[in-house]
Design a protein around this ligand. Structure first.
Ligand code: TK8
Length: 339
């Protein structure tokens, strides 16, 4: 009798505990619509990862948090979405860190030419203390950073000629991101650098308003730049990250449980995105060749000349981001390379 009573009691406690946590869950996660904007199209690596993010959030919230992933800059180019997030008119986005430098100057660190030798270094620094420090600079500016996704190493395309040496860039009208480091870097290389939002790029290439641009293989493929660009010159001149951000105004209204769901989903989709992006990048060069692009690599001497010239912007970046952060980054890279 006694043991029966005890087990009845146990079941009762378990049930009430279950009910209590269920009630807490129900209160902690409210039905919400999250507009998640991005610049590339749905068929891109960015689009696939945005979809993955939406699915993760849906699963983890029992369908209460609904992410509407809206691509192709339908909510505006990066800079416009950033302002919408800061003002609280849009909840989330993913875009280039390069377009955030006006908001948090430390983001210029990621514009440093040839900062990373490979993706492994990029992951280690972006996901480590330096990456976090830079990301956290957004919090005072009305944004919360959740994760860095891979955009990738950038390469040059144009419609005029293969870029085999520095001088081949002379007079080429080259679209760059809206960012002073990019503007200065390509002016230094002799190009006629023109800042434009990504959403205007295909049209500008098509109408020959600009001759060329630079982006990772994935984007050249998914945005169909091969239709309007003949030459692809492999320069890998900078590794460019994307960053998933949230409106701070909106974030502050979320419960810790809701914030955790978004954080975890951003990290899970980062891991998915990096793998997916790298797999696509390894095939992309062949695909671009098959689409008719003429592809060239720079000779070691010419690559070194370009590198030499480009690294002249480093001193300015160090001043912009602060010497302490710059040195901390170099020290971390030194440690990684000594391994
Ligand atoms: C997409 C952009 C893009 C970037 C660029 O919105 O602008 O060239 O590489 O990925 O952020």
């Amino acid at each position: 009798r006694c043991s029966v009573r005890r087990s009845v009691l146990a079941v009762g406690i378990a049930a009430s505990l279950g009910l209590a946590s269920f009630a807490a869950m129900a209160q902690d996660i409210k039905p919400r619509l999250i507009r998640f904007g991005y610049g590339l199209n749905e068929q891109s690596n960015q689009g696939r990862a945005a979809k993955f993010f939406a699915e993760q959030v849906d699963k983890a919230s029992g369908g209460k948090l609904k992410v509407r992933a809206i691509g192709a800059a339908a909510l505006g180019p990066d800079t416009q979405m950033q302002q919408a997030l800061i003002g609280g008119a849009q909840e989330m986005m993913v875009g280039s860190t390069a377009t955030l430098v006006g908001t948090a100057k430390e983001m210029a660190l990621w514009d440093t030419p040839f900062l990373f030798n490979d993706a492994k270094e990029a992951d280690a620094v972006l996901d480590g203390p330096v990456g976090k420090q830079v990301m956290d600079k957004l919090t005072d500016k009305g944004l919360v950073g959740l994760a860095y996704w891979e955009n990738g190493f950038r390469n040059l395309t144009n419609s005029k000629r293969p870029v085999q040496k520095l001088e081949d860039l002379d007079g080429i009208k080259l679209r760059v991101m809206q960012n002073n480091v990019y503007l200065d870097s390509f002016k230094l290389l002799g190009a006629n650098a023109v800042p434009l939002p990504f959403s205007e790029l295909f049209g500008a290439l098509e109408t020959k308003a600009v001759d060329g641009q630079e982006n990772p293989f994935n984007t050249i493929l998914s945005s169909k730049f091969f239709e309007v660009q003949k030459y692809l010159s492999i320069t890998n001149h900078v590794y460019s990250p994307w960053i998933v951000t949230v409106s701070r105004k909106w974030w502050d209204t979320l419960s810790p449980a809701e914030q955790k769901i978004l954080r975890d989903a951003a990290i899970a989709s980062r891991n998915f995105e990096r793998q997916d992006t790298r797999a696509e990048a390894s095939r992309a060069l062949n695909d671009l060749k098959a689409k008719g692009m003429v592809i060239n690599e720079l000779s070691a001497t010419e690559a070194a000349r370009m590198r030499d010239k480009l690294t002249r912007v480093n001193a300015g970046i160090a001043t912009t981001v602060g010497m302490e952060l710059w040195q901390q980054t170099q020290a971390e890279l030194g440690k990684l390379r000594a391994k």
